[in-house]
Design a binder for this molecule. Structure first.
Ligand SMILES: NC(=O)c1ccc[n+]([C@@H]2O[C@H](COP(=O)([O-])OP(=O)(O)OC[C@H]3O[C@@H](n4cnc5c(N)ncnc54)[C@H](O)[C@@H]3O)[C@@H](O)[C@H]2O)c1
Length: 285
């Protein structure tokens, strides 16, 4: 997500510092940005000059303190882990200029909780981009309990400058995107688990019947089944409502290391270089 966020900011003229603890990840991110820009040039949506301007707008750093010291806005997109994010926000709060807005791309962690570890909770906000960032139009902007209205207005204006469509929501578990998406994915898995229909049938009904570009099981594989499980747990614990309880089949698949596209198998199997959708042998009739 970090490379996609850096890409759209740099493409729209912002000076970006891309930060990661691993130099290898930074090099991988720059290569990915380069490849995605090439695709835009090939499609005719970007010129070669705009591509090189975009790349020239990106610097890299392996330390948070160094990377944020002159920033007006930071968009944190590190691994989805509460302890890690709280630690990063403490570091950013200590090193970023006083006026700097600290945003997070978290999919499920409370903005209010993150803001509470800083000395500037009114300047902490959710800026939730969708994957793939250069393609997806939505930015879900999440106001924490203490977020200043003016900070929300600034982030809304910046999202528009990036060519995105911002939608502002309040800070409750799953915000809006995942509060609605994850129960749908869970229900698709429960339907499979109960034998109501097979993988292909469930995805076809939702693709052709509801005009979704991708069925819920394929989408779950794309997001990562571990990520889906962790967000469902956040909803389940956060609301204390059994309707969010993750399906036992999802729990079993994650325990077995079947995490979707990134592990090579979930509801479908994935082979490098092939775009064919092949149902996993575990679900073949
Ligand atoms: N993947 C998605 O579809 C998606 C969509 C929307 C939001 N998000 C959110 O975006 C964030 C990132 O997701 P991702 O899928 O890109 O995760 P990822 O685990 O693929 O990448 C996270 C990166 O953070 C780096 N990192 C770890 N600790 C760090 C630290 N202390 N300082 C700096 N960098 C550090 C890692 O090296 C890694 O390169 C998460 O909060 C996730 O919930 C993800």
């Amino acid at each position: 997500m970090g490379n996609g966020i850096a890409h759209v900011f740099a493409q729209h003229g912002f000076q970006v510092t891309l930060i990661d603890v691993q130099e290898a990840q930074l090099q991988k991110a720059l290569a990915t940005i380069g490849k995605n820009l090439d695709r835009q040039v090939a499609k005719g949506t970007l010129t070669e000059a705009q591509k090189s301007d975009t790349l020239n707008n990106i610097r890299t750093s392996t330390t948070v303190a160094e990377g944020v010291k002159n920033a007006d806005l930071v968009v944190e997109a590190a691994t989805e882990n509460v302890t890690l994010k709280l630690d990063i926000f403490k570091q950013m709060d200590a090193s970023a200029p006083e006026h700097c807005i600290l945003a997070t791309n978290t999919s499920s962690i409370s903005i209010t909780r993150i803001a509470a570890v800083t000395k500037r909770p009114s300047k902490v906000i959710g800026m939730h981009f969708m994957n793939p960032v250069p393609v997806m139009k939505l930015v879900e902007i999440i106001h924490g309990y203490a977020t200043d209205a003016a900070v929300g207005e600034t982030i809304t204006a910046i999202s528009k400058q990036l060519g995105k469509v911002p939608c502002t929501v309040n800070d409750y578990p799953g915000f809006i995107a995942n509060r609605i998406l994850m129960p749908m994915i869970n229900e698709a898995i429960i339907s499979l688990f109960e034998g109501v229909a097979g993988v292909e049938e469930i995805d076809t009904v939702m693709k052709l019947g509801m005009a979704h570009p991708m069925g819920p099981l394929q989408l779950a594989d794309f997001i990562g089944l571990d990520v889906c499980l962790s967000i469902l747990n956040v909803l389940h614990e956060g609301f204390g409502n059994p309707k969010y309880a993750p399906c036992p089949l999802l729990v079993n698949m994650v325990t077995a290391g079947k995490l979707g596209a990134k592990s090579g198998e979930g509801f479908y199997t994935y082979t490098a270089g092939s775009k064919d959708l092949v149902v996993s042998s575990s679900f073949k009739k």
